[in-house]
Design a protein around this ligand. Structure first.
Ligand code: F6R
Length: 368
């Protein structure tokens, strides 16, 4: 069943081109409009909502953090993202004008389920993004957008995450379309770019040997830092989470702009630092991230830089350079996360850990 792979997780990482393509399938009608047939909430209702609140846990929460950038940028609707475990305990402000979006691969996570029950008691509309047909969370939601990743067996989520990102982008674009914020050509251009992502992910997978070599080299690291800005920040958080849960290495993700507000004190020649650089065209952000890399390098850290192919300024400050295909900023997480998944999988393999069943973890967390 692992089809020649050593772990389900590795197989699932390699299934991402298909999983992403399947989640995008059939989204454009013959009038060039984005269709989300399964979203059984009327356009009128979607035009009335004045706030989006995303609730999720773990990796799914990080997908939600990425979604906030896309949804706010495309729709201008304020969007909050909250850990499901925190949500109902702070008496959150939700009402019938709030669209609550819940993201759960398994559809059974207790914290997330409790959060949506609370939201529905306040009469909010709830949309679930879920990978499991008929699971409890989609059953208890007003509507559901299924990701088509296929079963995810490895405890650590990989294709679950990338397909959640796709579903979030689709939802954001659909809201923009329904509310007249984006029109045919723009939607078609963004969908066209999404449709090129499976091939781009495949390219990263085909050229992943340097990432695997790096994992072997860094097997003795005791702590690893991940830095990113904008949508690269949630990717940094996800890279750190994968490393913690699989390789049992202390890892932290930070917003690169926060470096000088504290984390830089950790930097030394013992600390590998991964940095996700925004694509060119986002030069203000990109320049700042590149100077952050120079700062950590000046303190002796090994810098592993993920940046757009041909970004020579990023390459100049990199101890190791991981090339990402050209993509617009909002979609970059779909690509940038892939080498980080592989790195964690490989490092855990090198250390002799059980990648599919990390210690102390369960695939679905059905208690609060
Ligand atoms: C990390 C991971 C977990 C899950 C989290 C939510 O690799 O898999 O952090 O993302 O437990 O699970 P779902 O998405 O099933 O609600």
């Amino acid at each position: 069943q692992k089809q020649g792979f050593d772990w389900y997780m590795r197989k699932e990482i390699f299934e991402q081109p298909t999983a992403v393509a399947d989640t995008l399938l059939g989204r454009l009608n013959d009038r060039g409009e984005l269709v989300l047939d399964e979203l059984r909430i009327s356009p009128e209702t979607l035009r009335r909502i004045n706030k989006v609140v995303i609730v999720a846990c773990g990796t799914s929460f990080y997908a939600g953090l990425v979604a906030k950038y896309a949804i706010e940028h495309w729709t201008r609707i304020p969007c909050e993202v909250e850990l499901a475990s925190e949500f109902r305990y702070r008496d959150p402000i939700v009402d019938p004008m709030t669209l609550v979006v819940t993201i759960s691969q398994s559809g059974e996570t207790a914290d997330t389920l409790m959060a949506i029950r609370h939201a529905r008691e306040q009469h909010a509309k709830v949309v679930a993004i879920c990978n499991t047909n008929g699971a409890t969370i989609p059953r208890e939601s007003d509507a559901v957008i299924y990701t088509h990743a296929g079963p995810e067996i490895g405890v650590a989520s990989t294709k679950g995450f990338t397909t959640q990102l796709v579903a979030c982008y689709l939802l954001g674009l659909y809201l923009a379309q329904v509310r007249g914020m984006k029109y045919g050509d723009e939607i078609a251009a963004l969908l066209g770019e999404l449709e090129r992502m499976p091939a781009a992910i495949q390219g990263l997978l085909d050229n992943s040997q340097p990432v695997l070599d790096l994992a072997a080299e860094l097997a003795d690291a005791t702590s690893v830092l991940f830095l990113g800005r904008h949508v690269g920040y949630p990717v940094a958080l996800e890279g750190a989470l994968k490393l913690k849960e699989l390789a049992y290495i202390h890892a932290e993700g930070f917003a690169a702009g926060e470096l000088k507000h504290g984390p830089i004190a950790l930097v030394s020649d013992e600390l590998p630092v991964f940095v996700i650089v925004p694509p060119r065209g986002r030069d203000q952000l990109r320049d700042k991230v590149i100077s952050n890399i120079a700062e950590v390098r000046a303190r002796g850290a090994r810098t592993i830089v993920l940046a757009e192919a041909g970004d020579e300024e990023a390459r100049a400050v990199a101890s190791n350079f991981i090339e990402l295909p050209k993509v617009s900023t909002l979609l970059q997480p779909l690509l940038a996360v892939v080498p980080l998944q592989l790195f964690a999988c490989e490092l855990a393999t090198v250390k002799g850990h059980d990648v599919d069943q990390p210690r102390n973890l369960a695939k679905s967390v059905t208690v609060e």
